[in-house]
Design a protein around this ligand. Structure first.
Ligand SMILES: [Zn+2]
Ligand SMILES: [Zn+2]
Length: 81
C-alpha cells in the first residue's frame, strides 16, 4: 500500500492525502512547487516523479496515511532556481 506521507521531503510543507503531490517509485514525496524545481526527477533515486493518486476519503479510516515525516533539506541543492 502507498504510504501517503504527510509532508514534502524537500521543503517540509504539509501534504494532506487530498493535496496534490508527486511521488517516485520509492514513494519519495514532493509538493508541486518542489517537483517543478526538481524538473520532475526524484533527487534521491533519479526516477520520474508522477502525480500521487488520491485515496478515496471513505478508505482513509481503515487505510490511514503515514504519520512519519521524511525531510531531507539537502534536496534543495538539487533544485533549479
Ligand atoms: Zn516542497
Ligand atoms: Zn526517489
Amino acid at each position: 500500500m502507498l504510504e501517503l506521507r504527510p509532508n514534502c521531503e524537500c521543503c517540509d510543507a504539509d501534504l494532506t492525502p487530498a493535496d496534490q503531490a508527486y511521488i517516485c517509485s520509492f514513494e519519495c514525496t514532493f509538493c508541486p512547487e518542489c517537483t517543478d524545481k526538481l524538473t520532475g526527477i526524484c533527487p534521491n533515486c533519479g526516477g520520474e516523479l508522477v502525480t500521487r493518486p488520491i485515496r478515496p476519503e471513505a478508505k482513509l479510516a481503515t487505510n490511514p496515511p503515514s504519520a512519519v515525516r521524511v525531510f531531507k533539506p539537502d534536496c534543495k541543492t538539487k533544485t533549479v532556481p
